[in-house]
Design a protein around this ligand. Structure first.
Ligand code: ATP
Ligand code: TPS
Ligand code: MG
Length: 385
């Protein structure tokens, strides 16, 4: 069965050239970003040539696999469309560049496809990459190339390059005097999830979506019936959770804005705020667990989160969390795949729009701040740790 542009075909029925033509056609909207010189080498050559106006390049890579990072058909009965998978593969990589305070300049994708994959799914995948680049606000990023191969399951390994701003935002403060002050006094824990009016998932929403998607439809119906009517989620809340999982929306202007505002450190929240904030704590501390020993004395830091913030962001999650069979606060603190950013800032720093102070990073043993709880070191771990 064939149709215009490969409709109804599987990739095994096309030549590599034919599939590439379809992919490159779908990527076309992301092929000539405004910031790129008009005479730059066009996509399709042995390698891409990426301008690096700052003299340094930021690079990150992240793979997404069928079975471990998405299912083509979820137990809840929802399909992952090619567009969703391409969007997410791009978004989670654009997110890492953003978390460095940088702006993405080029993206390449190594795509492994079983021969029976629908060509329409692959076209959707490429369109999803171009869609994420355009709609998330990475207009300077070119979909610059990639690689194709066959394998037993779909795998998408994306690499993104980026331009630093006037520096980068690391997991620990760049300046020694800031590191010393942090170890002595602590700093505010700051967070940003949504920028510019985008309808974002919010902390915990992607994890709620994952739980829903991984639950058999019959079980969801049984839980639905068992919930009192006033505790059932609305269709919009369910859609927000599922979209949060399938099509995350990292706030791509937040990184450069944080750098310009003098935020001290930044990371994206891919594995849950709890786990990622503890990674930051280790990077900022000194001693065996990370950091550097500058005066020979090991010092560690502990992240604390404000009860009011947890309650505020957990509240709207209540009904979907009930259907997902999990506590809303656990989703907020340990959920994963939120793709917001978490960082540290001085109390006197004026934060950019979209950022909130959510807690404190304090030297271990410091007086616990009123109305705060220690952020538990829980979250996603591919290897189950
Ligand atoms: N196979 C590998 N070889 C070398 N370094 C690796 C490898 N895998 C991960 N790393 C490095 O380890 C660090 C942590 O990786 P990790 O994937 O947890 O975080 P990340 O790059 O911020 O991605 P994400 O935000 O998606 O979790 C990164 O600096 C990464 O480059
Ligand atoms: C089928 C299926 N099972 C589990 C998950 C959850 N999951 C996968 S990767 C990840 C963290 C970020 O990964 P990385 O650090 O590699 O970017 C999470 C929370 C999923 N999305 N799909
Ligand atoms: Mg990251």
């Amino acid at each position: 069965m064939t149709g215009p542009g490969g409709a109804g075909l599987t990739v095994g029925e096309l030549s590599e050239e034919g599939l590439l033509e379809i992919i490159q056609g779908a990527l076309a909207p992301a092929s000539a970003p405004a910031l790129w010189p008009a005479d730059s080498v066009p996509p399709g050559d042995d390698a891409a040539v990426v301008p690096a106006p700052r003299g340094a390049v930021v690079v990150s890579t992240d793979a997404m696999g069928e079975g471990t990072d998405f299912l083509l058909m979820w137990p809840a009965g929802v399909r992952t469309r090619g567009y969703d998978a391409g969007w997410k593969a791009a978004a989670q990589n654009l997110s890492d560049i953003n978390a460095m305070g940088a702006s993405s300049s080029a993206l390449v994708t190594a795509l492994t496809l079983p021969e029976g994959t629908d060509v329409a799914w692959v076209r959707g995948f490429a369109r999803g990459i171009a869609g994420a680049i355009a709609r998330l606000g990475a207009g300077g990023c070119r979909a610059a190339g990639g690689d194709l191969g066959t394998g037993e399951r779909i795998q998408a390994a994306v690499t993104v390059l980026g331009d630093p701003g006037a520096g980068v935002l690391e997991r620990r403060p760049r300046r020694a005097e800031d590191r010393d002050r942090l170890l002595a006094e602590g700093a505010d824990l700051v967070h940003c999830q949504v920028l510019g009016g985008l309808v974002g998932g919010g902390p915990g929403w992607a994890a709620a979506g994952l739980r829903l998607l991984l639950t058999e439809r019959a079980e969801l119906e049984r839980r639905w019936d068992a919930l009192p009517a006033e505790q059932r989620p609305g269709a919009r809340e369910i859609a927000r959770a599922v979209r949060g999982q399938l099509r995350p929306r990292p706030p791509l202007a937040a990184g450069p804005a944080a750098l310009a505002a003098g935020v001290l450190t930044l990371m994206d929240v891919s594995d849950g705020i709890g786990r990622d904030a503890h990674r930051m704590a280790r990077a900022c501390g000194t001693g065996a667990s990370g950091g550097r020993v500058e005066d020979g004395r090991a010092r560690t830091l502990t992240p604390w989160v404000a009860d009011t913030w947890v309650a505020e962001v957990a509240r709207p999650l209540g009904p979907v969390a009930a259907l997902a069979g999990v506590a809303p606060e656990a989703l907020v603190l340990a959920g994963g795949e939120d793709y917001g950013v978490v960082g540290l800032a001085w109390p006197e720093t004026a934060l950019p729009a979209g950022f909130t102070r959510i807690g404190r990073m304090l030297p271990a043993g410091a007086e616990p701040p009123a109305g705060h709880r220690p952020l538990p070191e829980r979250g996603w771990d591919h290897f189950g740790g």
